[in-house]
Design a protein around this ligand. Structure first.
Ligand SMILES: *Cc1c(COP(=O)(O)O)cnc(C)c1O
Length: 401
């Protein structure tokens, strides 16, 4: 079968909830992937940062195979020997008191919503049913009903109501807006340290520090959704470290498994996750031994291969090289580490055609919020590979009038 055959079958049988680029990938290794025609591409999306460690990392895949042959799942009705290791290692590595493992990012977000509400009622003393959670405009926290209910993106919500009440959205990057929005019933403020899906929006310097102080002053739990920005992506282990702040709760997912398996986790102080009692929350697959073994190895790879440092150093290099491209079509180049957004001038009418042209040249990127191309390759990328990518970006921009 060729590319077109695969596309036709997908279009015939599949729900159309995505509009992928027309490339059918069959193999991956490091930053590279190959399509069914044998053509090679540099992956500059890295599965929305799920594959920070690079495609099919040998050590992670090796662990996956080894554990799969031993034990895959017990359910949490029984204990398994991987869970304790995973708990201890991740809490020590991230300075957390407690962890709750789930599968997808959206499930981690749902988990924290339950936890902070219960914390509000049991610990803070908010009257039953009144808990409020503050979020930001243009947030992205996943696709479940409760989560899209507090999205400010009309397309995410249209036709899916009614929604869960108890959320309030404020402008991102505006600490004063948070101060003004907090009431005695506010239990949490949930925010991405850098907004990824919104178009790689970096908040003003000092914002994370300010929101930390405001949350502490008002006894509001500060939740950082680091599902995309965490695990080295921005050149620090967590993006919150750029301002030296610590959240009350941090959410991780995506690269927690190196892209080999869905694994997410809620990391918190004892206060927030401490509210859960037996029977109040759970997941059949959450914390299964296969997930734990894969996540343990994926974390070791991040640390032992110095991928956080690589993201910092090569991220700076990549951003500077993109900024140096002399093109009238570029509005802005921004980001931290290997999470970089190139915003095109809006009169060009969108970044999608650029992504299609980049694909023809062997570079896989995805537009986000119409005008922005996100460059977020696996963190194992080298300087030579960045040079190769920048050359192609410059060519495509130069060929546009
Ligand atoms: C991807 C993402 C999620 C949702 O994760 P899923 O695994 O797709 O459910 C949540 N928050 C952020 C910031 C994300 O980037």
């Amino acid at each position: 079968m060729n590319t077109q055959d695969y596309i036709e079958i997908e279009n015939k049988y599949g729900a159309k909830n995505y509009k992928p680029l027309d490339v059918v990938i069959e193999r991956g290794e490091g930053v590279w992937v190959w399509d069914v025609e044998g053509k090679k591409y540099l992956d500059c999306l890295a599965a929305y940062s799920a594959v920070n460690q690079g495609h099919c990392h040998k050590r992670i895949v090796g662990k996956l195979k080894e554990q799969a042959e031993k034990l895959c799942i017990t359910s949490r009705a029984f204990r398994n020997n991987q869970l304790a290791h995973f708990y201890k290692e991740i809490c020590e590595l991230t300075n957390s008191h407690m962890v709750l493992p789930m599968n997808s990012g959206a499930e981690a977000v749902e988990t924290v919503i339950k936890a902070v509400r219960k914390w509000g009622y049991k610990v803070k003393g908010v009257p039953e049913g009144k808990a409020e959670i503050i979020v930001c405009n243009d947030n992205f926290h996943g696709r479940t009903l409760t989560i899209i209910g507090f999205s400010t993106e009309e397309q995410y919500k249209d036709g899916f109501g009614p929604f869960t009440p108890g959320f309030k959205a404020i402008p991102f990057g505006d600490a004063k807006a948070l101060e003004d929005a907090i009431t005695e019933n506010t239990v949490a403020f949930m925010v991405e340290p850098i907004q990824g899906e919104a178009g790689v929006i970096v908040p003003p310097e000092g914002y994370l520090k300010d929101v930390r102080r405001i949350c502490s002053d008002n006894r509001v739990a500060l939740v950082f959704d680091e599902i995309q920005t965490g695990l080295g992506r921005t050149g620090k282990f967590f993006a919150e470290e750029h301002e030296g702040v610590e959240s009350d709760v941090t959410l991780i997912g995506k690269a927690l498994s190196g892209g080999c398996y869905p694994v997410s986790a809620v990391l918190s102080n004892e206060d927030v996750l401490g509210v859960f009692m037996p029977g109040e929350h759970g997941s059949t697959f959450g914390g299964n031994p296969l997930a734990c073994a894969v996540a343990r190895e994926a974390l070791k790879v991040l640390v032992e291969e110095n991928l956080v440092e690589n993201a910092r150093d090569l991220g700076t290099y990549f951003k500077e090289r993109l900024q140096a491209i002399d093109s009238p079509h570029v509005q802005d180049v921004r980001g931290k580490g290997l999470l970089i957004g190139v915003e095109l001038k809006h009169e060009l009418g969108g970044a999608r055609p650029f992504c299609e042209k980049l694909k023809e040249k062997g570079l896989l990127c995805k537009e986000t919020h119409d005008h922005v191309i996100r460059f977020a390759p696996p963190l194992v990328i080298t300087k030579e590979e960045i040079d190769w990518a920048v050359e192609r970006v410059a060519e495509v921009l130069a060929a546009t009038d």
